[in-house]
Design a protein around this ligand. Structure first.
Ligand code: HEM
Length: 245
């Protein structure tokens, strides 16, 4: 995720779904300080896992213990981003995509709560706003006032490639507002909104919308699980996060 593209290789961070991945300079700063304090010890994979935990805690969310000792990979391919779940996925596709990584439906709903923070470009949700289907111009699962607001932000044609919307109304606060918005038809992505419309996940969305401490507890447990997905044994501790040693 952190490796830069090279003349012969387009790296994962430059794959189409990673349009927002630009801030790895913060990881570079942390790495420089760690290399001075404790050379060749803390991997970039561990740093990014700490950073994910810290941004949640600093935004008012829970804190948890990060397991350490991950190694960094040596291969990064943009083509592999095809394996990421897409914002157009339905619940069956989301469940399958997470199951491939050994993560269940409750984790899927808990982790989607990460969308209480951050921003999305129009390209990730504009298909819900214009010519959605032969019967509906706009996705009928979207609240109509919310759809109108998003259509203004993302008109068709849209010449501003940076345009988009924040994923939740409390943009830099980690809370359970995301789930309350799903219940009101105000999810930005089709994949988010689908969680509130399917019997397998709706009851979990309802429970998290009602109870923030339950939502924090489950998010924490699921983040620990996610942090154990794809951990490699034959890696290295990179000296610089953007290039292999
Ligand atoms: C369930 C499957 C998921 C899908 C389909 C999905 C999809 C997306 C998409 C399309 C974007 C916006 C990209 C853009 O247009 O700039 C996004 C942003 C984001 N996602 Fe997800 N995501 C998923 C799971 C997660 C998980 C598990 C987390 C964290 C626990 C997460 C955290 C975020 C955050 C924080 C942003 C905002 C990034 C920013 O502001 O730069 N997402 N996601």
């Amino acid at each position: 995720m952190l490796l830069d593209s090279t003349p012969g290789n387009q790296a994962e961070k430059d794959g189409p779904p990673n349009i927002s991945v630009q801030s790895s300079y913060m990881i570079d700063d942390a790495k420089t300080k760690l290399e001075m304090a404790c050379p060749h010890t803390v991997s970039c994979a561990d740093i990014i896992t700490f950073a994910a935990r810290d941004v949640v805690t600093m935004s008012g969310g829970p804190r948890w213990n990060v397991l350490k000792g991950r190694k960094d990979g040596r291969i990064s391919k943009a083509a592999e981003t095809i394996n990421l779940p897409a914002p157009t996925f339905n619940v069956t596709q989301l469940i399958q995509s997470f199951a491939k990584r050994g993560i269940g439906a409750k984790d899927l709903v808990a982790l989607s709560g990460g969308h209480t923070l951050g921003f999305s470009h129009c390209s990730s949700f504009e298909a819900r706003l214009h010519n959605f289907s032969s019967a509906h111009d706009t996705d009928p699962s979207m609240n109509s006032e919310f759809a109108q607001k998003l259509r203004k932000k993302c008109p068709k044609p849209n010449r501003d490639h940076n345009a988009g919307e924040f994923l939740d109304s409390t943009l830099s606060t980690f809370d359970n507002d995301y789930y309350r918005r799903l219940m009101a038809g105000k999810g930005v992505f089709g994949s988010d909104q689908a969680l509130a419309g399917d019997y397998r996940t709706r009851w979990i969305v309802e429970a998290f919308a009602k109870d923030q401490s339950l939502c924090f507890k489950e998010f924490t447990a699921s983040m620990v699980k996610l942090g154990n997905v794809g951990v490699i044994e034959n890696g290295e501790v990179r000296l610089k996060c953007r290039v292999v040693n």
